[in-house]
Design a binder for this molecule. Sequence first.
Ligand SMILES: [Zn+2]
Length: 442
Amino acid sequence: MTNGKNRMLAGIAFVIVVALTTPGRAEPPSGVDDAYRALVDNPKVKAALETIKADDAATFAEQKRITEIASPPYKEKVRTEYYLKRMQELGLKDATIDAEGNVIALRKGTGNGHPKLAIAAHLDTVFPEGTDVAVKEKDGTFVAPGLGDDARGLVALLSIIKAINANGISTVGDIMFVGDVGEEELGNLRGMKALFHDHTDIDGFISIDGLGVDRVVNRATGSHRYEFVFKGPGGHSFQEFGLPSAIHAMGRAIAKIADLQTPSNPKTTFTVGTVSGGTSVNAIASEAHMAVDMRLNSTEELLKLEAHLLDLVKQAVTEENARWKSNKITLTIKLIGDRPAGMTAADTPIVQAARKSVNAVRNGPNATLGGASTDSNLPMSLGIPAVTIGGGGEGGNWHSVNEWYKPVDGYLGPQRELMAVLILQGLDGVTKPTLAVRPAAK
Ligand SMILES: [Zn+2]
């Protein structure tokens, strides 16, 4: 969701980049530009983009249906089985669920199995069991937890498969369609870890997560997440007054964390996301828990922030003990989330294709580059070219039960993704793949 000014700036920046990389002598255009030109005027491709547009309402109906199948972390099974069934109904008969719970469907190309591009959306949400997942509408805005993140990505994939089928499109490279588990929160990218462990022959990866078509995520924001457990003697609030409290120690820690100052560049964030503890209003708490999330685009800075934050929590425990001349409060620190940071260079075909493909579906500037924490963190950390791009439409209030979505030009998402896939994997008889075959993947 860039504003007009940013969009203009991005446009100018792009013009400068082009100017710098185009010397006076006519240089042969890059593979991505060539492929783009050949594809954008191809009747089959045009027809496929039209199919996606015509499918817009059905795609949104499917998005609402999927949203209403609850999919809490580690409990994605019902949605997973539904998604498998949909893949199979769309002709991907060999689609299966792997040991970790990912839905995987391979659509063979006409080549020798390479390049192999995996394109994925995540099945899980951040919402616990029992959350009301019914989609509600008010004046054209739809509200439901997980409606955009990532039900939109899941249906964008289905829409692409339908368009490929309806227009008899054969790619040269193989396409692996994936509905993956464990992207959010404590899932810790477990779906991705399994996928790239089991399939070492993947040459490139696209995650469809987020909305719109304005952005390409080519930097992986690293995150570290901790659970802190404070323990103390506990006791009656009146009779045993004078003992240190686990909750008071945690409160001191939260106050310190809340006052942390962090730079906006590189964007550095922290939050105490969940707290729990205590047993009764009239008891000095014997136990308290909190979970903290820290994110940053640079692993080095992340480690600095982490060291500081851990110190503050330890100080809080010392202060609570000192307040009551005790040593009874103890602290256990557990790393519960570790997402690697990483990056795909701007001049790699997958980033170029993700940007360039936007031109095929709407007028306006190329997509801008950015950083986020998504499924792409894992392949990026392994050196496998990866990007995360949006599924189309508008929305906000991520990770809240008030998450909203507006189906405004939603079809631009899957249209753009299909175009990127074709640029990378080649349209049989028309273009060659531009995604490089990784030596390690052969
Ligand atoms: Zn997501």
